[in-house]
Write a protein that binds this ligand. Structure first.
Ligand code: PLP
Length: 412
């Protein structure tokens, strides 16, 4: 058998992740390797922490990536702060909320789960009422649920947790750098993101930040150094070596105490992705995501398909479309991929087979991608016999862009 050199088709990726990486990031990925303790590389680590503080909107001392996909960061935080028996409240409103409950459980915590119907989010006052009832050590919640396309308001919950000395941990995997997220202002103690969504970098790192309230717990659970031997007598010890944030933070400190071997290549990519964000400006980037998310929704409505969930709590970077009666969810996705080279996503759990999930994240959040996905979906639905308003989606979206891009010229 002969194995050919990689030669893949180019794709337009309109899923909730992974999305297209910024071309500058792809170029950075081909930079030659240097050693993890090379002073040039140490400098790149410091710059990455600085850039992360900017994107997370925080003055936290600790801001670095964990190597692994987004869940590695989630697991690192939860495993490092949860001790056996600790009460953790998780308000679940989709698949990734359940992931948090699984991690809490594996860390030995006592999960108190709230469950909302898929498509709903929580009134913050309901979460606060539950916190009062349970009195947990930690509240862990997803900000943007990619499984349902919904976004949970965080500010009131954060303020209540801080006033009552409860730790507030947030999964901002789908939202950071695409939707407003203010770590410090919203009193979030630890926040974790992923690289493959609004950061426009390939999957493989989980940037996170946390404050002194979290660090205090890490230090109390820290492995006691006795040369290189492992101290088995610390009964508060963090269960995992790979996800032990007390050790990872030492690696990311000026001491550079070796924990793992950093992926220099992924760090080049993350740093470049963050540099692109800094150049674009976090506010402009969020405005761009908002604009293209609106364009997509507006085009879909003009096409005559139905959107899932209420507008009020919509996650701006993920739009969920109901599959019309009599149409095969899978056949439409396959046709879009095979005939148009455009990828959209199916769904999980109760929504499986019933909806498509269309992302507009990171480098994929741009006008030509939105117009392409709308025209390909319309043609594919027409091909399979669905009733759609032919031509309306792209026309309505072009008009929207004409006004949004040139408000003055358009009005003259
Ligand atoms: C909201 C949310 N949290 C967590 C994850 C897990 O991310 P990963 O697959 O990078 O581990 C995802 C992935 O899609 C997600 O959308």
């Amino acid at each position: 058998m002969e194995y050919q050199e990689l030669n893949l088709p180019s794709r337009t990726i309109m899923t909730p992740g992974p999305v297209e990486a910024d071309p500058r990031v792809l170029r950075a990925l081909s930079t030659p390797i240097i050693g993890q303790f090379d002073p040039q590389f140490l400098n790149l680590m410091d710059e990455t922490s600085d850039l992360l503080r900017y994107v997370f909107q925080t003055s936290n001392h600790r801001a670095f990536p964990v190597d692994g996909t987004s869940r590695s960061g989630l697991e690192a935080v939860l495993t490092s702060i949860i001790e056996p028996g600790d009460k953790v409240l998780v308000p679940v409103f989709g698949r990734f909320g359940y992931l948090l409950t699984e991690m809490v459980d594996r860390a030995g915590g006592q999960t108190h789960m709230m469950e909302a119907e898929w498509g709903q989010v929580y009134d913050p006052q309901d979460v606060i009422a539950e916190i009062k009832k349970i009195n947990p050590k930690v509240v862990a919640v997803v900000h943007g649920e990619t499984s349902t396309g919904r976004m949970q308001p965080l500010e009131e919950i954060g303020a209540f947790c801080r006033e009552n000395d409860i730790l507030f941990v947030v999964d901002a995997v789908a939202t950071l750098a695409g939707v407003e997220f203010n770590t410090d202002e919203w009193n979030v103690d630890a926040v974790i993101t992923g690289t493959q969504k609004c950061l426009a970098v390939p999957t493989g790192m989980a940037p996170l930040t946390y404050n002194d309230r979290i660090e205090e717990i890490l230090l109390a659970r820290k492995k006691i150094e006795r040369g290189l031997s492992y101290d088995a007598v610390n009964d508060k010890k963090i269960q995992s070596n790979y996800f032990d944030l007390s050790q990872i933070q030492d690696y990311w400190s000026p001491d550079r105490l070796n924990h793992h071997t950093e992926s220099t290549t992924m760090l080049y990519a993350l740093r470049e992705g963050l540099r692109v964000i800094k150049e674009e400006g976090i506010k402009s980037r969020i405005d761009r995501h908002t604009k293209h998310g609106k364009a997509l929704s507006l085009g879909l409505k003009a096409m005559g398909v139905e959107l899932f969930g209420e507008e009020e709590n919509k996650l701006p970077v993920v739009t969920i479309v109901k599959v019309p009666e009599g149409i095969s969810e899978q056949a439409v996705r396959q046709t879009m991929l095979n005939q148009f080279g455009i990828e959209i996503a199916g769904a999980f759990g109760p929504l499986k087979g019933k909806v498509w999930r269309i992302g507009s994240m990171g480098y994929s959040s741009r006008k030509n991608n939105i117009l392409r996905v709308l025209s390909a979906l319309e043609s594919t639905l027409t091909y399979f016999g669905a009733k759609v308003n032919k031509g309306d989606a792209v026309q309505a979206t072009l008009e929207y862009y004409a006004e949004a891009d040139n408000p003055v010229i358009y009005k003259v």
